[in-house]
Design a binder for this molecule. Structure first.
Ligand SMILES: NC(=O)c1ccc[n+]([C@@H]2O[C@H](COP(=O)([O-])OP(=O)(O)OC[C@H]3O[C@@H](n4cnc5c(N)ncnc54)[C@H](O)[C@@H]3O)[C@@H](O)[C@H]2O)c1
Length: 366
């Protein structure tokens, strides 16, 4: 398919994150005097935030599948409301069925209400590939629930089979997994992942401060980061079995910034509970304890309060455009500068300062 100046994106998992992304873009359209915050540049290699067309979406919820995308992003249990539903533009994009596999956990099942499918995985595979072809999708972006390892692999394989770039915003490892990364490399298809880093989220704050303490020559003895929120993302994460890769992703993101790794029992980083009335507000509590000159102790505590969905949208808007730049330049495999800068668990961790500089070079085609 010949590419145009528009970026054609297909979405997987039409939850709060996509709702925040799509409503945020419309917010800027309606408020042109507002400076666009949270991105590397207004335009990335010529692509602005309004150059993206969301051409189709995939989900399993009975109230979302079969509905227009612009309605689905407001369906329960989504709760983002930056722009009123009636003020959103109408588009032709529809939501289609994705395979359920391991997408819906026990805590969120009665909130998502997955439809009872009559289709086999083979039928859905054929159907999905046809939709990607018909709608001209160039990039698939996944915002599946944490713990959706099988569904993520399904969509990664779809990308490989249809020559579609993949942006994986969740901690099921594809771009950072050697085997999957090789498959994307061999087919020269770009992938960016895994697990999106917020604009000013818990991870970036924790890793920046941990790096500061380490770079200033102090000895960190122990550190923790706990997070609470009130949306389905946090409800789903009450299921400990779904959290294995999330813990690895978040913990490694901090460990990677230290000159000396902490012993496993001296670092705790994780989502920790669901508090319903918080909605999309996420609270993070972080503490670092260490020692400085003459073995004297110090500690610091941070409490961060953010809109969790704005936090991720301000980053994925760049990931999408960086994937398109890779497609334009026929660069495949894991896009390392973009993954290191925008994701918690890239195939190669670097400092955020270096990651940003590398990203700038990538955009400038240096
Ligand atoms: N700041 C952030 O918000 C942030 C940061 C990093 C990672 N993430 C991750 O992004 C993901 C999405 O977060 P969210 O708040 O939008 O979640 P959400 O619960 O609001 O949305 C998930 C969506 O996925 C759908 N779904 C479930 N199973 C599916 C399947 N098999 N196929 C297709 N769709 C399926 C659900 O119906 C729902 O619409 C989560 O994994 C979250 O941890 C978010």
């Amino acid at each position: 398919m010949a590419m145009t100046g528009r970026i054609k994106v297909g979405l997987v998992g039409i939850g709060n994150c996509f709702s925040g992304l799509i409503q945020g873009i419309e917010y800027y359209k309606k408020n042109p005097s507002q400076e666009v915050t949270g991105i590397i540049h207004d335009t990335l290699a010529g692509y602005g935030i309004h150059d993206i067309d969301f051409v189709c979406g995939f989900d399993v919820a009975e109230n979302k599948v079969g509905t227009p995308l612009m309605n689905a992003i407001y369906e329960s249990p989504n709760m983002v409301n930056y722009v009123a539903k009636d003020d959103m533009p109408k588009t032709n994009a529809m939501i289609y069925e994705s395979p359920l596999l391991d997408g819906v956990g026990i805590w969120v099942e009665n909130k998502i209400n997955p439809l009872t499918s009559t289709k086999t995985i083979e039928q859905l595979t054929t159907e999905v590939k046809q939709i990607i072809k018909d709608t001209g999708v160039e990039i698939i972006v996944s915002y599946l629930p944490v713990g959706s390892d099988q569904v993520t692999e399904f969509w990664a394989q779809i990308c490989l089979d249809t020559n579609t770039a993949f942006v994986n915003c969740i901690p099921s490892f594809i771009a950072s997994d050697e085997t999957w990364a090789k498959k994307f490399q061999e087919k020269n298809i770009p992938c960016i992942g895994d697990d999106i880093k917020g604009q000013v989220g818990a991870t970036i704050v924790h890793r920046t401060l941990a790096k500061l303490c380490s770079d200033r020559g102090t000895k960190i003895d122990q550190t923790y980061q706990i997070n609470v929120g009130g949306n389905t993302d946090f409800l789903n994460m009450k299921e400990q079995d779904r959290l294995v890769s999330k813990r690895i992703s978040k913990t490694e993101s901090v460990q990677s910034q230290l000159k000396e790794r902490l012993a496993d029992d001296q670092i705790y980083v994780g989502p920790s509970d669901f508090i319903p009335f918080l909605g999309n507000t996420k609270l993070m509590f972080m503490r670092i304890e260490g020692r400085q000159w003459a073995n004297q102790p110090y500690n610091m505590e941070v409490r961060l309060e953010v809109d969790d969905k704005a936090n991720s949208a301000g980053i994925v808007i760049d990931a999408i455009r960086l994937a398109r730049i890779a497609l334009d330049r026929k660069i495949g495999g894991p896009i390392k500068p973009a993954s290191a800068y925008l994701m918690k668990h890239p195939i190669e961790q670097t400092s955020d300062v270096k990651a940003k500089a590398d990203c700038e070079k990538f955009v400038a085609n240096e």
